[in-house]
Design a protein around this ligand. Structure first.
Ligand code: MSP
Length: 644
């Protein structure tokens, strides 16, 4: 029977369009899935979207849509990007799928039947952005979320709890007995110390909003919806048919979850506890990668530095982008994206390294042997190189299995370098001149064999590029060639053909600043009035027409560290993205009291940077008479409505 592998990405929140962070997680998982297939394993790979919860409900409301309408729109964006990127998923789940709702309710019933659920009241803090509960002692000042820094809200509501505390010891045993259950090691240590710090029971239902999955009918309690993380994690079981037809549950013991470091706690603490409650085996690996920053800064909509993966792939090539993401950072660590670094890797490692090797093989074989590459003398002249390469290939396999993607690629490039260095060392052109054609041909054959081995093992990361290499040298990439050329280090004959360079050199940055377009306030240029007497302090109607004031809703508001005066707002002006605006009103308002209020905003004010790092994209209008009052509307109007 074939070995099995089940690979998962996190399911993506639909409050945000896909960015390179999401692309990174998905590309790692896709590479791993392709690698498992190459190894001949029966592989099931899933991804999807996480669509319930307060965050999505708020994001939809801010855009004047129902949560389902909004989720449909953004979920489709994720799916179409992954399709465009040829992500090899077998199943795309949406948490609004009927079969998922049913599975979540079945799971809740099972946990209840196992005595792990009880009813109580939750009182504490909640970060909507992270969809996480916090105790006050864990918060930053002003009750800000320790994970994202946003202001949390105090919640007091009836809730069902999951007996997480009951699983503390069992979790610690799992971490201790299974070395690779959470990788990399540094991240595992963080998880272990979190659990050692003591686990409290987890609130798993909410009553203060209703965009979520209802409790099962048997609970007879209509007020509650499932906590979004309980709902979301169960997706991994829904996909396999758990508690319905269980059709693919034989994949379950072979699970690798790829997640970002920010959501490791949910996957390495809560999730295994839920699974223990259900009596299911625990995942083989929960693998946590680091975060991408842009020019050293965190990516965020308000900074306008969110990188659109489609644009990068269009400009630089999808597979070059995949290579860069996998190669640039050690798995688990944060990395910085820049076009400069991307171009450098494309030109040097891909172009000068891999591409050059293929061109040389094609060129030499054309000259010396009419494109025929005969390997009969390779062992005679180059056994040492073949053996050395085998060591690197074995390391590459081990590293990819442990998700050390950068080392896996580094190992493959050691083989590329070995081949290119052999050309420089043995100078086949001199060998030919000296009448040693058999040696020259053996060298070309060595290079072709090394390149074929690299291409087979590189194919999970760069499938199309490797298919091109295989086509140029007439070999196939499949489980059989993986076993013979890579695992057994066998050699093969090849027939080359002329080809275009794989990686044309890139001379300059191909993208403008990869920033999300900001909605420019549209002010029609009016002709200057011809002869108008200008009275001091008086403006004309045309002057007034230059001013755009809009109604906006405060989505977030928080104090600015290091300033007594400033508050930092996220305001929805009915535009594609909310704006970040700073305002000197900290003395007059408590930030949390402003969330949800509508205010008037001068919307076409030139953007400015405050305190050297905060971009402010407008001005909130207020009336001042010694004290200060924000200007709002009488009754709710549509966000973005023009004031005038
Ligand atoms: N919906 C939850 C996951 C539920 S899984 C049962 C969620 N979604 S998310 O859309 O916010 O994040 C999904 C993934 O994207 C996470 O793995 C997260 O780490 C990753 N990234 C989001 N921003 C990122 C970067 N800037 N860099 C790298 N990855 C980051 O969390």
């Amino acid at each position: 029977m074939k070995e099995k592998a089940y690979i998962t990405t996190p399911i993506y929140y639909v409050n945000d369009v896909p960015h390179i962070g999401h692309a990174y997680t998905t590309i790692i998982a896709d590479t791993l899935a392709r690698f498992n297939r190459l190894q001949g394993k029966e592989t099931y790979f899933m991804t999807g979207t996480d669509e319930h919860g307060q965050k999505i409900e708020q994001a939809a409301r801010a855009r004047g849509k129902t949560p389902k309408e909004y989720a449909d729109e953004i979920s489709a964006k994720f799916r179409s990007l992954w399709d465009e990127f040829e992500i090899s998923y077998d199943h795309f789940i949406r948490t609004t799928d009927e079969e998922h709702k049913q599975t979540v309710q079945n799971v809740f019933e099972k946990m209840q039947a196992n005595g792990d659920i009880y009813k109580g009241e939750y009182e504490g803090f909640y970060c909507v952005s992270c969809e996480t509960f916090f105790n006050q002692r864990d918060l930053l000042e002003d009750n800000r979320c320790p994970d994202c820094g946003r202001v949390t809200s105090l919640v007091k509501e009836e809730s069902y709890f999951f007996k997480l505390s009951k699983y503390e010891d069992a979790l610690l045993k799992w971490y201790e007995n299974d070395e690779l259950c959470v990788i990399p090691k540094g991240k595992k240590n963080e998880v272990v110390s979190f659990v050692k710090g003591g686990l409290k029971d987890l609130s798993v239902t909410r009553t203060s909003f209703d965009w979520g999955i209802k409790l099962p009918k048997s609970a007879n309690d209509d007020k509650h919806v499932m906590y979004v993380w309980l709902d979301a994690l169960i997706n991994y079981l829904t996909t396999l048919g758990y508690s319905r037809d269980n059709a693919r549950m034989n994949f379950w013991p072979h699970t690798t979850h790829i997640v970002g470091k920010d959501i490791l706690r949910f996957h390495a603490v809560y999730w295994p506890a839920f699974l223990m409650s259900l009596g299911l085996p625990l995942p083989k690996h929960v693998a946590a990668h680091g975060w991408w920053t842009i020019d050293g800064e965190k990516m965020s909509k308000s900074k306008g530095n969110v990188i659109n993966p489609r644009e990068v792939a269009n400009a630089y090539g999808l597979e070059n982008f995949r290579y860069f993401l996998l190669r640039e950072v050690p798995f688990g660590q944060d990395g910085d994206y820049s076009q400069k670094a991307l171009i450098e890797r494309i030109n040097s490692e891909l172009g000068n390294g891999l591409g050059n090797l293929l061109s040389r093989i094609v060129g030499m074989s054309a000259k010396y042997s009419d494109y025929k590459i005969d390997s009969k003398d390779v062992i005679k002249f180059h056994k040492a190189e073949l053996d050395e390469a085998k060591g690197y290939l074995d390391e590459a396999i081990k590293n990819l299995e442990n998700l050390a993607t950068n080392r896996y690629l580094e190992d493959l490039w050691k083989v590329v370098t070995l081949a290119n260095a052999a050309v420089a060392k043995y100078e086949p052109w001199s060998l030919v001149k000296a009448g040693k054609s058999d040696e020259a041909n053996a060298l070309v054959a060595l290079c072709a064999n090394l390149l074929a081995k690299v291409a087979i093992l590189l194919s999970p990361a760069m499938p199309k590029t490797c298919a091109k290499i295989a086509d140029t040298l007439a070999f196939s990439i499949d489980t059989a060639s993986y076993e013979s050329l890579v695992l057994k280090n066998e050699i093969s004959n090849f027939t080359a053909k002329a080809t275009e360079p794989l990686f044309p050199r890139i001379e300059k940055e191909l993208m403008g600043e990869a920033r999300e377009p900001k909605e420019e306030a549209k002010v029609e240029a009016k002709a200057e009035p011809k002869e108008e007497k200008k009275e001091e302090g008086i403006i004309s109607i045309d002057d007034f027409a230059k001013i755009v004031i809009k109604v906006g809703e405060v989505l977030e508001c928080e104090r600015v560290e290091g300033s007594e005066k400033l508050l930092k707002f996220k305001i929805d002006l009915g535009e594609e993205q909310p704006r970040q605006i700073l305002s000197g009103i900290a003395k007059y308002y408590e930030p949390s009291s402003l969330v949800g209020k509508q205010v008037c905003v001068l919307a076409n004010l030139k953007e400015r940077t405050m305190m050297k790092k905060y971009v402010s994209q407008g001005m909130i209008l207020s009336a001042s008479d010694g004290s200060l009052t924000l200007l709002g509307t009488q009754g709710k109007v549509k966000n973005g409505a023009i004031v005038g």
